[in-house]
Design a protein around this ligand. Structure first.
Ligand code: GCB
Length: 754
C-alpha cells in the first residue's frame, strides 16, 4: 500500500548559496517546515533577500515489502524554483513557486540514511512567472514535504503532481453520474480498479464500480445525489483502489461535488440553475511575519473570515494557493476563481510561455476535483507593458490548454483598467473581468457605475466581472471629511459603501472581488507611511482587526443579523456634534446617546445619523437593529489628535488652502474654456514643460497638490509626462477641491503657446 510520511522537522537551513553539502550540515540553522526566509524582510519595505538558500535533511528509505516499489519526494510549494538532490545526485528541478511537484528518488537511494538537499531560489529570473508584481515573492520550502512510497503497481505520481485518478460528477435525471477513470502504472490484466462513492455525511457507500485496470474508465450512477451549493456544500468521497486478487495494492480518495453553473452576459452567474451573483473578495495568502509559511489553522481562519463577511466567492490571487484552502472552499461553500501568476509583465521568451503552460497544467491537474473551483484565471493585468501579437497568441494557447485539460470549467482573465473596451483581448476567455480603481488611483468612486454600464452597452455579449477594486485604509488615520488618497479608515469605508451598492444594483455582473480581503506584504511599496505593505485589506495582515469596510460588506452580504457602528477608532472627536454611520442588515436602526434615545432610521445597509450631540469627555453610543446591538465610546476633545492625518495629506490640505489665496479671485465657477493658441489643462505635461512660464503654473499646482514639486528628474516623470494636466490631476489628486482644476486652467489660458 501507499505510505505517506510528512517530513517537516529536523531540517537544516542556510540563508546563502553555500553550494551542495557533501554530508549532513550539522552546523546550519535547525529548521522546521513550513519556512520562508522572507517572513520579516518581505514585508518591511525596501529590499528583501532574493537568491539561493539551502535546506538539508537525512531520511531513511521507506521499505516496501515486495521488490519494485518506488519512493517519491513530494513538495507542496517551493518558492520560486527548486533543485532537489539525494545523496549528491540531482533528482529534479521545478520552476514555479506555488504548485506541488514530486521527484522519483528511488534510484538515488542507498540502504541507510540518505542525504536530501534542496536549493530554493527566488532571485529575479526571466522564464519564470511572476516576473514582477505588487506582492512579495517569498522564497523557501513554505508548504509541506512528504516522503511517499508505493508498490511497483500504483496510481500515477508523475503527472504534474496530480492524484493519478479523475472523477467528474455531473447532474443527471434522478441523481448524478460520476465519470471516473484512473491512471495505474505497471499493471497487467490481473489488476482491477474499483471505485466506491461514499456520502461522507453518514459514511455510507452510495455507488460502486469495478473495472479492469487496463481499461479503467467507467460511469457510476448515484441516485438522488445531493448537490453542492454555497449554502449546502455537499461533498462525496470517491475511494479509488487498485486491486490484485484479494489485496489492495494502492488507494487514492478524492472529494468531489455535484453541481453545474453557467454565466450569461445579461443575467450573470447561475449555480445549479439559480441566479447567484458572485460577490466576494480576493485573497493573498501571506501573514504578518510568517510570510507564506502557514499552518492549517491560518488557512482555516482566513476561510472562516471570508464566510463571516458573507462572501460567496473568493478569487485566489495571483497564484496557486495551498490544497487546504481549496478544500476549505469546498467544505464551507465558496465559489473559487483559481489562477496562475501570469501577471503584470509579459516575458516574450519561449521559456516563459513554457512556464505558463506548466503552471496552468499543474493548477488544473492538481485542483481538478474541487467543486468550489468554477473558473481558471489565465492572466492578470498583463497588458501593463502593452499588447503584442505574441501575447494574444499565448493567451489563445493557454485557453485551449485549459479547455483540453478541463472542459467542465470556464476560463477568465483580469484586465488592467486601461485595456481598451474592444480589441483582441476580448472574448479570448469564456468570461472576463476588469480591475477598476476609480476612486483610488484615478477618477471618482462615482465613475465606477457609469463605466460598467457603458462597457456593458458597448459589449452586450461579453460576460463582465470586476476582478479587483479597492482602496487603502490605515487604522491610524481618521477624518470627518474623508477624501480619496487620505488613507483613512473612513474613506475606505465610504468607498466600499458606494461600491457595494453599485454591484447590488447590477446583478448582471457575474462576479465582483474586493481587492483585498487582507492587507499583504509588498516589499516595493511605501504607502500612507507604511512600508512594505499593501493596505487595501478589509482585515489587517495579522488578521486581528476588521476595518469598518469589512462590516459594510457584512451588512450587504451576510444573512446573519448584524449591526456595526463605524468610526470606533475615530474615538477622539472635536465639535459639539458628530456623524455616526451604522452598517446593518436590519430594516431599522435605533441610536441611543449617553442613555437617551436619539433617533430611529429606516435604511438599506448604511444608516447615517447626523448632528449626534457629544458632551465633553466620554460618550456612550448604542445602535440597535433586529435585536442586535453594538456600542461605541467616543470622547469629545478640543483638538483631534494630529496623527489622525497623514503628514503628506496635511501638507496637501495646507497647500491647497494656500493655493486659493495664491491664485486670487479667479471666477472658478465659470465653465473652462480652451482658446486656440493658449495653453490649457488639455495639454500634455511634457509639452507644457517646454514653456517655462506655463510650467511654473504647473509646478506651483503640483506643489500644492502633493507637497512635492513636479520635475523631469523625478521618478514619476516617465509615468506623468504623456498625460494631460487634466488626467494627471484626476490620477494624483482625487481629493482636490472644486475649482482646483479650473484655477489651473484659468492661469494656463493666459499664456500664449509658442
Ligand atoms: C492591481 C493588481 C494587484 C495590486 C492592486 C493594487 O490591479 O492586480 O496585484 O496589488 O492592483 O493594490 O494596486
Amino acid at each position: 500500500m501507499r505510505n505517506i510520511v510528512p517530513i517537516l522537522t529536523d531540517w537544516r537551513f542556510r540563508r546563502e548559496d553555500v553550494g551542495l553539502p557533501e554530508s549532513f550540515p550539522e552546523d546550519w540553522e535547525p529548521m522546521t517546515l513550513p519556512h520562508t526566509w522572507n517572513a520579516v524582510d518581505g514585508m518591511a519595505g525596501g529590499g528583501y533577500y532574493r537568491g539561493v538558500c539551502w535546506y538539508a535533511r537525512t531520511f531513511e528509505a521507506p521499505v516496501q515489502p515486495l521488490p519494485g516499489g518506488r519512493v517519491y519526494l513530494e513538495f507542496l510549494g517551493a518558492g520560486n524554483e527548486a533543485t532537489v538532490y539525494v545523496n549528491g545526485k540531482e533528482v529534479c528541478h521545478h520552476k514555479g513557486g506555488y504548485s506541488a511537484f514530486r521527484c522519483d528518488v528511488t534510484d538515488a537511494l542507498n540502504g541507510g540514511a540518505n542525504l536530501l538537499a534542496v536549493a530554493c531560489n527566488n532571485a529575479e529570473k526571466t522564464g519564470i512567472y511572476p516576473q514582477s508584481a505588487d506582492f512579495t515573492f517569498y522564497g523557501g520550502l513554505y508548504r509541506a514535504v512528504n516522503l511517499i512510497s508505493v508498490p511497483e503497481a500504483h496510481f500515477d505520481l508523475d503527472y504534474f503532481g496530480g492524484p493519478g485518478v479523475r472523477v467528474t460528477p455531473k447532474r443527471a435525471v434522478g441523481g448524478a453520474l460520476f465519470a471516473a477513470t484512473a491512471f495505474p502504472k505497471n499493471v497487467t490484466e490481473q489488476y482491477r480498479v474499483t471505485y466506491t462513492v461514499f456520502d461522507p455525511e453518514n459514511g455510507e457507500a452510495v455507488g460502486f464500480a469495478s473495472r479492469p485496470a487496463l481499461a479503467p474508465e467507467v460511469e457510476i450512477f448515484v441516485p438522488d445525489a445531493k448537490l453542492w451549493s454555497i449554502d449546502a456544500p455537499h461533498l462525496y468521497d470517491v475511494a479509488v483502489r487498485l486491486e490484485l486478487a484479494n489485496e489492495t495494492v494502492d488507494e487514492v480518495t478524492v472529494s468531489v461535488g455535484v453541481r453545474d453553473f453557467s454565466v450569461d452576459p445579461q443575467k450573470g452567474f447561475f449555480l445549479n440553475g439559480v441566479s447567484t451573483p458572485l460577490r466576494g473578495v480576493c485573497r493573498h495568502q501571506d501573514r504578518l511575519y510568517k510570510g507564506n509559511a502557514l499552518t492549517e489553522d491560518d488557512h482555516f481562519e482566513d476561510a472562516a473570515l471570508i464566510k463571516e463577511i458573507g462572501a460567496n466567492t473568493v478569487r485566489l490571487a495571483h497564484y496557486q494557493h495551498a490544497q487546504e484552502f481549496y478544500e476549505l472552499c469546498d467544505t464551507l461553500g465558496l465559489v473559487v476563481w483559481a489562477e496562475i501568476p501570469f501577471i503584470s509583465v509579459f516575458d516574450p521568451s519561449p521559456e516563459a510561455h513554457e512556464n505558463c503552460v506548466s503552471q496552468l497544467t499543474e493548477l488544473i491537474v492538481q485542483n481538478y476535483h474541487h467543486p468550489s473551483i468554477c473558473f481558471w484565471g489565465i492572466s492578470n493585468e498583463i497588458l501593463i507593458g502593452g499588447i503584442s501579437e505574441q501575447l494574444v497568441e499565448n493567451h489563445r494557447a493557454l485557453v485551449s490548454l485549459a479547455k483540453e485539460l478541463d472542459p467542465t470549467r470556464l476560463t477568465t482573465l483580469a484586465h488592467v483598467s486601461m485595456t481598451p473596451t474592444d480589441g483582441p483581448m476580448h472574448t479570448l476567455t469564456d468570461v472576463e473581468s476588469y480591475n477598476i480603481y476609480f476612486g483610488w488611483y484615478g477618477g471618482r468612486m462615482e465613475d465606477n457605475g457609469p463605466w460598467l454600464d457603458a462597457f456593458h452597452e458597448k459589449q452586450p455579449n461579453v460576460c463582465l466581472g470586476v476582478s479587483e477594486y479597492g482602496c487603502e485604509g490605515i487604522l491610524t488615520y481618521h477624518s470627518a471629511h474623508p477624501a480619496c488618497k487620505d488613507y483613512s479608515e473612513e474613506y475606505q469605508a465610504l468607498y466600499h459603501e458606494h461600491m457595494a451598492q453599485v454591484f447590488e444594483d447590477r446583478p448582471w455582473i457575474w462576479a465582483t472581488h474586493v481587492w483585498n480581503m487582507f492587507d499583504f506584504g509588498s516589499a516595493v511599496r511605501d504607502e500612507g507611511g507604511v512600508k512594505g505593505r499593501n493596505n487595501k485589506g478589509l482585515v489587517t495582515i495579522d488578521r486581528n482587526t476588521k476595518k469598518d469596510a469589512f462590516y459594510v460588506y457584512q451588512a450587504f452580504w451576510s444573512k446573519e443579523p448584524m449591526v456595526h457602528i463605524a468610526g470606533k477608532r475615530y474615538a477622539e472627536r472635536a465639535g459639539e456634534t458628530t456623524q455616526i454611520r451604522v452598517y446593518s442588515n436590519a430594516g431599522f436602526v435605533r441610536l441611543t446617546v449617553n442613555g437617551q434615545f436619539f433617533a430611529k432610521r429606516r435604511g438599506h445597509r448604511v444608516f447615517v445619523f447626523d448632528d449626534v450631540p457629544l458632551r465633553p469627555g466620554l460618550n456612550q453610543i448604542v445602535a440597535e437593529g433586529d435585536g442586535v446591538k453594538d456600542t461605541a465610546a467616543l470622547t469629545r476633545v478640543e483638538q483631534e489628535p494630529e496623527h489622525y492625518t497623514l503628514p503628506q495629506v496635511r501638507a496637501q490640505q495646507e497647500g491647497v488652502k494656500n493655493w486659493f489665496t495664491l491664485v486670487g479671485d479667479l471666477d472658478l465657477k465659470a465653465p473652462m474654456s480652451f482658446p486656440k493658441g493658449k495653453w490649457s489643462v488639455r495639454d500634455k505635461v511634457s509639452d507644457i514643460a517646454e514653456c517655462p512660464e506655463a510650467f511654473a503654473v504647473l509646478k506651483k499646482a503640483t506643489l500644492a497638490m502633493s507637497g512635492a514639486e513636479l520635475s523631469p528628474e523625478s521618478g514619476m516623470w516617465g509615468f506623468i509626462k504623456n498625460q494631460t494636466v487634466e488626467n494627471m490631476i484626476a490620477m494624483g489628486g482625487g481629493s482636490m477641491p472644486e475649482g482646483f482644476l479650473e484655477s489651473i486652467n484659468a492661469q494656463l489660458t493666459e499664456i500664449d503657446k509658442p
